[in-house]
Design a protein around this ligand. Structure first.
Ligand SMILES: Nc1ncnc2c1ncn2[C@@H]1O[C@H](COP(=O)(O)OP(=O)(O)O)[C@@H](O)[C@H]1O
Ligand SMILES: O=P(O)(O)OC[C@H]1O[C@](O)(COP(=O)(O)O)[C@@H](O)[C@@H]1O
Length: 304
């Protein structure tokens, strides 16, 4: 079983605008409210891939009820921990460019955090726990790192999608996958990355520090997978970008869902690229039909 952990879920309020005029009244041309947050997005794509998962995390208030109801409607198994404060709303503005305004999130009490941790008692050997996204207020910086012993006690694996020192701190515990984007990778090492070769050099450092698989996503420029002795480039599929929110989460879901079935990193990478691109070509996250169509248009080649 795959478990996803979204410490800070969100309603993603996706707003279409012809043009964003700062300091003036703007009128929406479209708007949609989606259940969001990184782990929830991973679970929603896994469902499309017919890979069972359970979404864990914290939800509260009317916004939390919206998320719970939306996931139930999708028949997505959840075990979300109720909290006193409201789940956040993240604003995604789609004009000529995409602008995101993400909330800080609610305050989580020590008792709520403890209740959440008890969910991990259910883990079994070979389960995978995907921990993703920002931390709401009240949770310590080490929240994800502190879950690792609870996961490894059951001989389960973990995937981590976070940034900065919080990510680096988990590498000695051998995450199954890390997927920084190229900007996050540059920030991790305080360097500029000017070529794919640079990305391979710094991606390989994450492997050396303990990660089992490293993907580096590059938005419309595709993605790299770095292994101990090789590197691979996956193209971004051609198509009209509609909403790239959730592309990175979709890539993680494609990799993890395929790896759980095949243990084949190359097939998993190819599916990760397909899910990422397919989501950018969709208003909401990608559907299975879109993923299958996009898969055919992506090539994965060895990079020397
Ligand atoms: N404009 C795009 N066209 C096609 N594919 C894209 C586009 N943007 C993202 N993707 C796909 O989704 C993957 C993840 O996107 P990216 O924006 O790098 O992730 P994140 O959201 O984590 O920053 C990319 O590596 C690529 O495969
Ligand atoms: O927890 P964070 O870092 O604020 O990110 C939350 C946001 O990220 C998303 O999960 C999308 O992430 P990606 O575009 O990186 O895949 C949104 O659904 C959500 O609003």
């Amino acid at each position: 079983m795959i478990y996803t952990v979204t410490a800070n879920p969100s309603i993603d309020y996706v707003i279409g605008l012809d043009q964003l005029n700062i300091g003036l009244v703007n009128r929406m041309t479209s708007d949609v409210k989606l259940p969001g947050g990184k782990g929830i997005n991973v679970s929603r794509i896994l469902k499309q891939l017919d890979t069972p998962s359970t979404a864990l995390g914290f939800v509260g208030g009317f916004t939390g009820e919206f998320i719970q109801a939306a996931l139930e409607q999708d028949e997505l198994p959840t075990n979300l921990t109720p909290i006193k404060e409201d789940t956040r709303i993240n604003v995604k503005l789609k004009a000529a460019e995409e602008t995101e305004i993400n909330g800080q999130g609610p305050h989580i009490s020590a008792a709520e955090a403890e209740q959440f941790r008890q969910n991990l008692d259910e883990l079994q050997a070979d389960d995978t726990v995907v921990m993703s996204g920002s931390l709401p207020q009240g949770l310590p910086e080490t929240f994800y790192k502190d879950l690792i012993p609870l996961i490894q006690k059951h001989h389960a694996q973990f995937v981590i999608d976070t940034t900065g020192q919080a990510l680096l701190d988990t590498l000695p515990d051998h995450p199954l996958l890390v997927k920084p984007n190229n900007h996050e990778l540059a920030a991790l090492f305080n360097v500029e990355l000017n070529s794919k070769a640079d990305i391979v050099t710094y991606g390989r450092k994450l492997l050396d520090m303990g990660a089992q698989h490293v993907l580096v996503s590059m938005a419309g420029d595709g993605a790299m997978m770095i292994t101990k002795d090789k590197a691979y480039f996956g193209t971004a599929a051609p198509g009209e970008v509609k909403n790239s929110v959730g592309a990175g989460d979709s890539m993680i879901a494609g990799f993890v869902g395929t790896f759980a079935k095949t243990h084949d990193p190359l097939k998993s990478f190819h599916m990760g690229c397909a899910c990422g691109s397919a989501t950018t070509f969709s208003e909401d996250l990608a559907t299975r039909a879109k993923i299958d169509a996009v898969y055919q248009t992506i090539t994965v080649t060895e990079f020397n």
